[in-house]
Design a protein around this ligand. Structure first.
Ligand SMILES: C[S@@+](CC[C@H](N)C(=O)[O-])C[C@H]1O[C@@H](n2cnc3c(N)ncnc32)[C@H](O)[C@@H]1O
Length: 386
């Protein structure tokens, strides 16, 4: 999410006046009750509950995008982003041999803006557009309603989890989806990894972090690169990211297709805690307002790549978002839009272009990775030798 630069450590505590309101969200009460009854919960359980609780979960209850919300994303910055993703889909469809039917699946589609812009761009190749059956994977009823309004002119099927697509070639799109999936956290103590959990501080009547020395890292979840770690080091691991990527990759292996993943994160396994909370475009303490702030964690792109390769699919990238969009022709697209723009529109187009591709903005922080079936030699936007 853009609103503040994702913080590689824990965000600073909220400033006076920025944060709450006493913890009145039903999510806080539910977590408190559960912890008092059953003991501390994992960070992944905390994150999952805070984001997706059916009553008070952050995504369940609101539209968090834009200036009046908590953050913004690339498709909300400019139509150019979704249009170029749409053209990437057309090119990928051609590389698949232009099948007469394929599934186009977006995970975590937000307001539906990316898909609307992508489908409009795909109309340039009518055979591709008409071959696509569109599927959206969305758990939030609130965002689903907004997506229905945005995409009303299109035939779309909604799902709460990865759909069973049968033997259909598929193109998956996931922009800022994996960073919303829950992570577990670990701290190295006395030579072994112990789980960092969320407990309840009775004195201060608030949630707090604690260490569970009886729970360690699941076997096989840390790569050899992490063998040089020392006491006090920290590490995040997301079983949800691994399971999601594994399901996607096996589908691509069996049925052909590709997945485009755009997110912020690290290109190699790395130590450090990255779960952060953002509210009204500023970082806050992640335990302060569960259900009332966005929670994300950096994506471990090495985990994504290793998981995809284990399912016998090919990995392209990761490359910087700025380089990816420029290879797809974002500068040319901006110039075409500028020819028809008035002065104020021209300012907006230039600002959006800068925001999406500048190394100081989203151009380097955000990475793009693709997963493709074994027969795909190259995918647009990635270097030729990738
Ligand atoms: C940060 S938003 C990204 C939205 C959109 N891709 C964009 O770029 O504007 C995360 C999206 O993922 C959805 N989401 C979060 N967790 C999910 C899950 N486990 N399954 C399906 N959707 C989820 C949210 O409701 C939201 O639509």
């Amino acid at each position: 999410m853009i609103g503040s630069t994702p913080n590689p450590g824990n965000p600073p505590p909220p400033e006076a006046g920025d944060a709450p309101d006493t913890p009145g969200n039903p999510v806080f009460g539910r977590l408190r009750e559960r912890i008092l009854r059953d003991g501390p919960v994992s960070v992944a359980t905390f994150m999952q509950t805070a984001l997706s609780d059916p009553d008070g979960g952050y995504y369940t209850t609101r539209d968090p995008f834009g200036v009046a919300g908590d953050f913004t994303t690339s498709p909300e910055i400019s139509q150019m982003f979704g249009e170029l993703v749409g053209l990437w889909c057309v090119d990928t469809w051609q590389k698949l041999g232009a099948p007469g039917a394929f599934a186009l699946v977006e995970l975590g589609p937000g307001r539906g803006t990316l898909m609307a812009d992508a489908l409009r761009a795909m109309q340039q190749v009518p055979a591709c557009r008409s071959a696509a059956s569109v599927h959206l994977v969305e758990t939030s009823p609130t965002l689903r309603e907004i997506q229905q309004r945005t995409l009303h002119a299109n035939n779309v099927t909604w799902h709460t989890g990865l759909p069973d697509l049968g033997r259909t070639p598929t193109i998956f799109i996931a922009n800022e989806f994996l960073d919303a999936l829950p992570v577990n956290q670990y701290v190295k103590r006395d030579g072994r990894w112990c789980e960092r959990v969320v407990a309840f501080d009775h004195e201060r009547e608030r949630l707090c972090f604690a260490l569970d020395r009886t729970s360690g890292l699941p076997a096989g979840s840390v790569a050899r690169e992490l063998s040089g770690t020392r006491d006090g080091d920290t590490f995040e691991y997301s079983p949800s990211v691994r399971a999601t990527v594994s399901d996607i990759a096996y589908h691509l292996f069996l049925n052909r297709g590709a997945a485009l993943i755009i997110d912020y994160g690290h290109t190699r396994h790395a130590t450090g805690l990255t779960m952060q909370a953002v509210r009204r475009h500023r970082p806050i303490d992640p335990l302060e307002l569960p259900g009332d702030c966005d929670l994300t964690a950096h994506v471990d792109f090495q985990l994504v790549a290793e998981t995809a390769r284990a399912a016998r699919t090919k990995v392209f990238g990761p490359v910087d978002q700025g380089a990816f969009l420029q290879r797809l022709g974002i500068v040319e697209r901006a110039n075409a839009l500028l020819k028809r723009a008035n002065v104020s529109q021209a300012l907006d187009i230039r600002a959006a272009l800068n925001r999406l591709i500048s190394p100081k903005e989203m151009g380097v922080l955000f990475k793009v990775m693709a997963i493709g079936d074994e027969q795909i030699e190259h995918l647009a936007g990635f270097p030729a030798d990738d």
